[in-house]
Design a protein around this ligand. Structure first.
Ligand code: ADP
Ligand code: MG
Ligand code: MG
Length: 893
């Protein structure tokens, strides 16, 4: 084997991180830039893989390369490894291609032994420092290489401090430290039945092997699993000359961020410790001092550092997280990497940097992770209003929500479908509760911690959640819950404050989230940059206001069923459903007409001048009726009470419920099938839309109503409904002696509709793909069952790459959308096409939708900003890809 496995810092750069690891690549880059970095070399990741292949041994070829590099290092530093008077000491540091902070091991001061420690003491005239370094080395080496529990060393250190009567380890004298070293070596001898290894070369090879092995230590493996990092990269090992922060009060070590990682403020931010080494700062043995103290203590060094930090940020064009050490007033940089910052800070930093003309606006937009915006988009509790707190649990997922109490997931779902906002109360949740959690606005459990099922899933769904609320007692059989003295029943209202863990009695007032100036700027840039329109999917005028305030350019989907579920209207809706004939049905519908019209008036006013796409009634009628079980119980009770009128009435209802019963309601008598067989329903809705529109037009308000027909499968359905709608419109126009353009579109959520989109498009002015139903009908998955039962298994076992209800399945469902779009535009090139559902705001999916040429995305209000940013990123990326392709073409010509 002749392959190069060892690279001097002078031979690498930051683009070589898959070979040298992040840390090694950046050390090499900094060294080459001429920054004060102690010299060293990197044993590459390939060597780590070879190490494992060879049965956890460093082979002689690699060892030879390490020896050679060591000679160069000796020459560079003018010191010699293992020399009795002038010893070279090194650090042995792990560093993988993807940074895993603190997951793997580092050994400092390697090269010390009983002889070199004396040489170091003499050469520096500082025996305290020499023995401090030695005791640190023995402890780290024993822990990492010899696998001796560090607790033993720590307790020895504590005893020594007690004996010396000091509280800080930096106050121990040379004598104390000398004794400590002796005690440490005794521990080693007891544990390994041998002396602490004295030969520096042996120490180095053992340490290198141990760092390779730390790639597979438990916490590193777990970290990679959680962060979905590939398991087989391996780590590089950096061997670097030591510099010393523990040489006295003119020395120290610290960590700094070039900007504040919490707020994003443009200020140097960090901590340091005087007379300390390595990770003393993070280990919490002494309280570190803020960097501004360094400015006071060592102004020159501070200013030098500030300048270097600024240069590094400029060089990498990103906020840096820097490790530094000061040795007797001399500054050294030991690491730099792109800093991890909060979502809020990352937006501020990106916008600031673009305004400083440090990066472009496009780059700033690309640096925002759309998903990370979730936490900023929640409603919060109005802090100016006093509330009655029932209990306090663990704040597992932020945001606030108010709703009625339910105790099981089926009930949560049923109530949600009938237009209620519910809060699910459980002892704890399990995968069987997913559909209930989906249906709830908030989740509250009495057990479990911040990583319990409820907490993790709620955070993923970005719903407010409180867990471990131990003072809450649920009594399911009585459908009651107690919080101390207070007893609440199913159906009572509470409010959760997921940001503080407070459970509040009643409906506490919520306020919309407030956005920083940078957030608003970023959103404004994204809006200008994107090409697809971003619209809101809403059920109520309140949601329309919310969507608009978050940047929606119109309403892409206004579901009318929720308007039917208003408690005042439900009896009239039921009257309509129970009608024996068309005439009776019309009578009920006539009562609904003004109500429906008032909804549209409000909606159009709010969306002044913007598109509003209204979907005609979609769900099967039985959703507006009580369940057969509930009715049967009520009938029995009425019989007992001899309430015969009620019995009769309820029995009639029950007969109708049974008649409407469907084996599979999702494939049932719903959507346009309903509108075709009961044309009066759509007639009423279309009349309400047209009258509302014309009345507002008369007031001088600009309105853009659109009508969309749900669940179209065959062009004939579309043709028929279109004729009906047009006839109704014509009638209203005649009455009002005025007209308005109302485009009529098709809601495409069945594979057949995708395949025959060109036929359907003959009768449709636009098309919206409904991702949710289209995914259900393409896969034959029922979403709630799938998410509650087998989908998690599928994803864990990589049978599916993602949840297709969240991330569009590009080949299958996406393939149908692509085909449907192209096919639909075959004879109508200008056909407007859009998409609704969860994927319409998910970044990967949005990129796909942009790529296939969709015109609009429609998503729930609080995801609108996420969709806007995703759409901007999709536009930027598409342009970049195009530019690259053009370049390639040029270079091949
Ligand atoms: P981690 O990956 O856990 O951050 P590092 O390899 O960065 O581990 O090492 C931790 C700390 O050890 C560094 O922040 C630095 O303070 C110290 N250190 C590492 N190498 C040296 C060195 N050559 N000289 C002085 N201190 C060092
Ligand atoms: Mg560490
Ligand atoms: Mg580090």
């Amino acid at each position: 084997m002749t392959d190069k496995h060892v690279y001097l810092f002078s031979e690498g750069n930051s683009s070589m991180s898959s070979l040298l690891g992040r840390k090694g690549a950046n050390l090499a880059e900094m060294y080459t830039l001429g920054l004060p970095v102690p010299f060293g070399f990197t044993v590459c990741t390939e060597a780590c893989r070879t190490f494992y292949k060879d049965g956890k041994k460093i082979n002689s070829f690699i060892e030879k390369q390490i020896d050679d590099a060591l000679i160069t290092l000796e020459e560079q530093t003018g010191k010699e490894f293992g020399h009795a008077k002038n010893p070279l000491l090194v650090s042995v540091r792990s560093g993988s291609p993807i940074s895993m902070p603190g997951m793997m091991d580092t050994i400092l001061n390697l090269g010390l032994n009983d002889i070199t420690v004396e040489g170091l003491a003499q050469k520096t005239g500082n025996p305290r420092f020499a023995f401090d370094s030695y005791r640190r080395f023995i402890q780290m080496f024993s822990d990492i290489v010899l696998q001796i529990d560090h607790y033993q060393f720590e307790s020895e250190l504590e005893q020594m401090k007690a004996k010396a009567g000091v509280s800080k380890d930096s106050d121990l004298s040379a004598m104390h430290l000398y004794e400590l070293v002796r005690a440490y070596k005794k521990i080693v001898k007891k544990e390994i039945k041998d002396e602490f290894p004295q030969d520096p070369k042996v120490q180095l090879m053992l340490a290198t092997g141990a760092v390779f092995e730390s790639w597979n230590n438990q916490r590193a493996v777990l970290y990679r699993r959680i962060n979905r990092i590939e398991m087989d990269h391996g780590t590089a090992v950096n061997i670097q000359a030591m510099v010393f922060g523990n040489m006295g009060d003119d020395s120290g070590t610290g960590v700094a961020f070039t900007r504040n990682p919490n707020t994003g403020d443009n200020e140097l931010f960090g901590e340091f410790l005087m007379n300390a080494q390595g990770e003393d700062v993070v280990a919490g043995i002494r309280t570190p001092q803020p960097l501004c103290e360094l400015k006071r203590l060592m102004p020159d060094t501070y200013h030098q550092f500030k300048l270097l930090a600024r240069n590094l940020e400029t060089h990498y064009r990103a906020v840096q997280d820097i490790e530094f050490t000061i040795e007797q007033g001399n500054l050294f940089l030991l690491q730099t990497r792109t800093a991890k910052v909060t979502p809020e800070a990352s937006i501020k930093i990106a916008v600031d940097m673009a305004q400083e003309e440090f990066i472009t606006q496009d780059e700033a937009l690309m640096r925002v992770d759309p998903h990370s915006l979730h936490s900023m988009l929640h409603e919060t509790l109005d802090s100016t209003v006093e509330v009655e707190v029932l209990a306090v649990g663990l704040p597992a997922s932020p945001g606030a929500a108010a709703g009625i109490i339910v105790f099981d997931s089926e009930e949560a779902e049923r109530l949600q479908r009938t237009g209620h906002e519910v809060i699910l109360l459980r002892r704890e949740t399990s995968p069987d509760d997913i559909h209930g959690m989906v249906a709830s606005v908030g989740i509250l459990t009495s057990q479990g911690g911040m990583t319990s099922h409820a907490a993790v899933v709620a955070r993923d769904m970005s719903k407010p959640c409180i867990v471990g609320c131990e003072t809450m007692q649920i009594n399911e059989s009585r459908q009651e819950v107690t919080f101390g003295e207070t007893i609440l029943k199913a159906g009572d209202t509470i409010t959760l404050d997921g940001s503080t863990g407070r459970v509040i009695l009643g409906r506490a007032p919520l306020v919309a989230p407030t956005f920083s100036q940078e957030f608003t700027t970023m959103l404004y840039w994204a809006k200008r940059r994107k090409q697809m329109e971003v619209l809101g999917s809403v059920n109520t005028p309140k949601e329309a206001i919310q969507a608009k305030s978050l940047g929606a350019e119109g309403i892409g989907l206004c579901r009318t069923e929720f308007m039917f579920m208003d408690p005042v209207r439900v009896p009239i809706v039921q009257e309509m459903i129970l009608s024996q004939n068309k005439w009776e049905r019309k009578k009920a519908l006539d009562k609904l007409l003004p109500m429906q019209k008032s909804d549209f008036l409000e909606m159009f006013r709010i969306m002044d001048g913007k598109d509003v796409i209204i979907r005609l009634l979609d769900p099967p009628l039985h959703e507006f009726l009580p369940s057969a079980e509930t009715l049967s119980i009520e009938i029995e009770r009425a019989k007992v009470n001899k309430n015969f009128d009620e019995v009769q009435e309820k029995e009639k209802l029950l007969r109708r419920v049974k008649a409407l019963h469907e084996l599979n309601p999702s494939f049932g008598h719903r959507g346009c099938r309903l509108g075709i067989t009961y044309p009066e329903i759509y007639e009423m809705q279309v009349t309400a839309i047209a009258e509302a529109a014309l009345e507002l037009k008369h007031e001088g308000i600009r309105i853009h109503p659109n009508i969309i027909v749900p669940l179209v499968s065959h062009a004939n359905e579309m043709k028929l409904v279109r004729e009906q709608v047009e006839e109704t419109l014509k009638h209203v126009f005649e009455v009002y002696k005025d007209e308005i353009q109302i485009p009529i579109g098709a809601f495409i959520e069945l594979p057949r509709a995708c395949i025959t989109a060109n036929q359907i498009a003959r009768y449709a002015d636009f098309m919206t793909f409904g991702c949710n139903d289209l995914t259900q009908t393409t896969y034959g998955f029922s979403r709630d069952d799938a998410e509650g039962k087998y989908l998690a298994y599928y994803i864990d076992h990589k049978i599916l790459p993602d949840n297709p209800f969240t991330v569009i399945d590009q080949e299958g469902v996406g393939g149908l959308i692509r085909f449907g779009t192209e096919n639909g535009r075959k004879n109508k090139p200008q056909l407007r096409v859009g998409v609704t559902g969860v994927p319409s705001s998910e970044k990967k999916s949005v990129r796909f939708f942009h790529g296939i040429g969709l015109d609009y995305l429609s998503c729930v209000p609080h995801l609108v900003p996420i969709a806007i940013v995703s759409a901007a990123q999709a536009a930027i990326l598409a342009e970049e890809t195009k530019a690259v392709k053009k370049d390639q073409v040029k270079s091949t010509v």
